[in-house]
Design a protein around this ligand. Structure first.
Ligand SMILES: [Zn+2]
Ligand SMILES: [Zn+2]
Length: 347
């Protein structure tokens, strides 16, 4: 089969490799759609995967082509989404079904072969069956959508609070989509691309609620739009020191700050910012990955239910579609930011 194999940092090749065989408890998924995640860019070009060679790609959907020993044969030919984290299932978080915090996990597309290929071996446990009404592209976005829902649920939103989302990459934008879906009235969003503005407005954000950080002073703008109070909940979806400090600075007394963005550097807090956390008694939360427990309560089922009821439309975020052999074009476009892009999808 054909696959994109990462041999060392920056060296990714499209080549013929042996088709994976299903081990006990595994199935083989024929990939129908796979998204490029923002995290794939540093993974491929800066930090590398856990070991080499590895096929990256963790946001994918497909059809079960083969099943291994011990797997129900009914899975064959089923359309599926895939939770990419493979937990150890013995550590303390795993015992509590908090698999996203597993101490000893594997991961499709970073610690073992993922979806930038024609076929992938996936444990049966990681599958979620797709109804006909959910497209493969939507299903390839189950992972980032679940990550956004996880972040939202960390904040336990109520309808009347003021929310700020700073950073409208895929996760920030999806967060906006899910906050709108739960009926939150006051959302302010900060972006820096024309595409982000257009998409945010399509998702129901008021024109007056969008701040373009290229032309506005974020602090001034947010204070003006919150009667000088700041946000009740501030989602920091950038991961830069400057925006982390702003998040604290622009959150109202007794408010919440949720750190969503992966850090681009060390984070240093100025004394005044630190004082603000103390004196305003802020709640600072981290969020990581998503919950997947096979119960209707987990983030993945939360997203599935809304997709099925057509309450959300993640395909609005897709700006580019490439066939598998052109994956590199998508990676380079994201790395070099040569064009504005939202979600880049391989189909
Ligand atoms: Zn991702
Ligand atoms: Zn574990």
């Amino acid at each position: 089969m054909k696959a994109w194999v990462l041999h060392s940092i920056g060296d990714i090749q499209f080549e013929d490799v042996k088709e994976p065989q299903p081990a006990e408890g595994e199935v083989i998924v024929k990939v129908k759609s796979v998204g490029i995640c923002g995290s794939d860019i540093p993974r491929i070009y800066k930090t590398g995967t856990y070991h080499f060679p590895t096929v990256p790609g963790h946001e994918f959907s497909g059809i079960v082509a083969d099943v291994g020993v011990g797997v129900k044969s009914e899975w064959k030919n089923k359309r599926v989404g895939v939770f990419p984290l493979i937990p150890c299932r013995v550590c303390t978080p795993c015992k509590k079904e908090q698999y996203e915090m597993c101490r000893n996990y594997s991961y499709l597309g970073s610690r073992q072969d993922g979806g930038f290929a024609e076929y992938v071996a996936v444990p049966e446990w990681n599958l979620i069956e797709l109804p006909e009404s959910i497209s493969f592209v939507e299903a390839a976005m189950l992972e980032p959508m679940s990550v956004a829902v996880h972040a939202m649920r960390r904040a336990q939103p109520d309808k009347d609070s003021v929310y700020v989302i700073c950073g409208l990459g895929t996760i920030g934008m999806l967060l906006l989509m899910f906050l709108k879906d739960v009926g939150v009235r006051n959302v302010l969003a900060v972006g820096n691309k024309d595409f982000q503005r257009r998409t945010a407005l399509k998702l129901g954000l008021g024109e007056d609620c969008y701040c373009d950080s290229r032309t506005e002073n974020i602090s001034k703008w947010i204070m003006e739009h919150t009667d000088n109070r700041g946000a009740d909940t501030f989602f920091e979806c950038v991961g830069r020191n400057e925006t982390v400090s702003q998040a604290v600075d622009l959150t109202a007394p007794a408010g919440k700050v949720v750190f969503v963005g992966n850090p681009a550097s060390d984070m240093v807090l100025q004394k005044a910012v630190y004082w603000k956390i103390l004196r305003s008694q802020l709640t600072i939360s981290g969020t990581w990955n998503s919950s997947f427990t096979h119960s209707m309560e987990d983030d993945w089922h939360y997203v599935m239910e809304r997709l099925q009821n057509h309450r959300i439309c993640p395909e609005e975020l897709v700006t580019h579609r490439f066939p598998l052999e052109r994956l590199l074009d998508g990676l380079i476009l994201m790395r070099d930011k040569s064009e504005e892009s939202g979600k880049i999808m391989i189909i």
